[in-house]
Design a protein around this ligand. Structure first.
Ligand code: ADP
Ligand code: MG
Length: 252
């Protein structure tokens, strides 16, 4: 058994990209305390596709925001890709998010006045490090998510599922270690939702990224290698799926 301090000093002892140890997040609203995440431990191996499943208010978004460095824990240790982000300052967290984490949100959040290609290009420019342009290109990223024929469309000229796939391409622009999706199909119908799910599954299968999506939709979670069931701020159980359902075969 490895203790926490050993694990954070020598991240190479395991290939876990996510390691949470005794993590709690408590929100205070005046006199009331909400234990959004309660003494949770979690390890996720690199390259997996993981679904976080649980009812509304169970702590899914809290967990994802802690992994992505959007929020900081009240206590406990969070090591992501070998970095102990629970000890990070706000500035270090901003850099961490910029370099390591691709986000896909429920409401796409594309820039309406930029085309699909320009939305991804903009992310590529933000991701350029030390003045060196990114080796990735916007058209190539959009082709990966099946939008090679939609490069010059504005968001308003794309379906919801297409907009979300632009968001997936944009998340890949920074070549992140980890891609996080908070209800990425929550605003989509069944058919287009499946295409987004397939694009995200591809990101883990073909790009070697770790993908973690939050959902309250059980059938959707069946495409994952690992399903975390979360209840009342606790990771209640973890299911390993040796034969995940292919996104095109999901029925919901
Ligand atoms: N910023 C916040 N301030 C106060 N309470 C919050 C905040 N964010 C979440 N909560 C509370 O924490 C609990 C878990 O929320 P959340 O992680 O958003 O759940 P889920 O994503 O599973 O719906 C809920 O009871 C919610 O009301
Ligand atoms: Mg949520």
């Amino acid at each position: 058994m490895t203790t926490t301090s050993e694990a954070s000093l020598s991240p190479d002892v395991s290939d876990d990209i996510v390691a949470l140890t005794d993590v709690s997040k408590t929100y205070r609203m005046g006199e009331v305390e909400v234990h959004a995440l309660n003494h949770s431990d979690l390890r996720i191996p690199r390259g997996e596709f993981v679904a976080v499943l649980g009812p509304s208010g169970s702590g899914k978004t809290t967990l994802l925001n802690l992994i992505g460095g959007i929020d900081s824990p009240s206590s406990g240790s969070i090591v992501i890709d070998g970095l102990d982000i629970s000890a990070f300052s706000r500035k270090q967290l901003t850099l961490f998010r910029r370099e390591k984490v691709g986000f896909v949100f429920q409401f796409f959040n594309l820039i309406p006045t930029l085309t699909a290609r320009e939305n991804v290009q903009f992310a590529l420019e933000l991701a350029a490090r030390d003045g060196k342009p990114s080796p990735l290109d916007a058209a190539g990223l959009l082709e990966k998510v099946g939008l090679g024929e939609r490069l010059n469309h504005f968001p308003s000229q794309l379906s919801g599922g297409e907009q979300q796939r632009v968001a997936v391409a944009r998340a890949l622009a920074k070549d992140p270690s980890i891609v996080l999706g908070d209800e990425p199909t929550g605003n989509l119908d069944f058919r287009t939702g499946k295409l987004v799910l397939a694009a995200l599954r591809d990101v883990s299968d073909n790009e070697g990224k770790t993908v973690i999506i939050v959902t309250h939709n059980q059938p959707l979670a069946e495409v994952a290698d690992r399903v975390l069931h979360i209840r009342d701020g606790k990771i209640a159980s973890i299911e390993i799926n040796d034969n995940p359902v292919r996104p095109e075969d999901v029925v919901w």
